[in-house]
Design a protein around this ligand. Sequence first.
Ligand code: BGP
Length: 461
Amino acid sequence: MKYVFPANFWWGSACSALQTEGESQQGGKSATTWDTWFAREPWRFHQQVGPQETSTFYRHWRQDIALLKQLNHNSFRTSLSWSRLIPDGTGEVNPQAVAWYNDVIDELLAQGITPFITLFHFDMPMVMQEKGGWESREVVEAFSRYAQICFELFGDRVQHWFTFNEPIVPVEGGYLYDFHYPNVVDFKRAATVAYHTVLAHASAVRAFRAGHHSGDIGIVLNLTPSYPRSQHPADVKAAHHADLLFNRSFLDPVLRGEYPADLVALLKEYDQLPACQPEDISLIAEGKIDLLGINYYQPRRVKCRDSAVNPDAPFMPEWLFDYYEMPGRKMNPYRGWEIYEPGIYDILTNLRLNYGNPRCFISENGMGVENEERFIENGQINDSYRITFVRDHLKWLHKGISEGCNCLGYHMWTFIDNWSWCNAYKNRYGFVQLDLATQQRTIKKSGEWFAATAALNGFTQ
Ligand code: BGP
């Protein structure tokens, strides 16, 4: 069967500033929470490798853009670093950073690669975290100013903007489950952080529209479809609650301009509602986007709780559901995540049927692999498992498009093996293998397969 994608389909990959740039304190850049946390608690990071050790895009950008071209990318997403552009968070713009980002954007365009730019991919400047991070309204204001500066500096060439990448992750990581700084475990504070992130997003959208910039303003959300163990009402309710907390807490504000009434009621019931101000309602309504990026890795399978919660313990999401390991589910044997390709179709179909079929694209999908060097054959990683992974997801994506879903492209996570937060280099995701010691880059088999697929705008199987 032939799988042909619509004309001008976006083929590419994504990465982020902190995960690839390196030179984390060079070129006038200030520290992010990750630099500071790593300096304080290096044992938290896989093999104690911190954000200084990257593919050093800051120096190898021209070579890497040539590689993107070789992979037949017509588009590529990365993020700008707030702490590189405005080192003290709120003050002067750093001219070295502006010059460098200008070079990168210009080179991408010169190579026929459309830049997709994220403003915030987990890398809070430490100086802003010290002012309270997303718990503080002051930081919301500062982000909006940073966004406005970026639109003015680069908006003549960048036509696809994303305010945040996976905004729920710093909420979960930093305020619920202790895998991001500041390592707080407190639902109400997590809810405040999530709420202020939505306000920051909406303020940036407001600034974008007020500046009459051309192009799209969007956001990238990691959508994890919530599947109940059974159709028993208690399991279905558990899945609904997981969906409200982890998907719709961002999806509804950015697509509908308001929170789901069920979510508000739920947080009220457990006394977890963040403090709101009357003018927030109209700001959130203005935060509706032009383009949604969807990161999809794995589904969330849930069931109702089998045991009662301790009413004296602090409230956590797990009061509302339990995780469920579905028997027979297909696992990625090299990373421990479930692989469920129809999930990508379910996400798109839900958007088509329930959210007015918004313009969207797959902004991340990928397969992490531990110790990937074991698959080297004749000097190249033969990652046939990754080719299967991408191809099988693309088939479900194709089905969604053929039924009318408004999906405009597919970006893989990621271009080159990169540093990934606390996991550092544990899981490799790239189309290009990185030898961290020598900085040598070698295209994997999957990179060749992707280049051919992008050139043909599809594949036959
Ligand atoms: C996504 C993030 C990326 C990247 C990826 C892989 O959720 O947007 O930044 O880190 O996950 O994650 P990991 O290395 O933990 O497997």
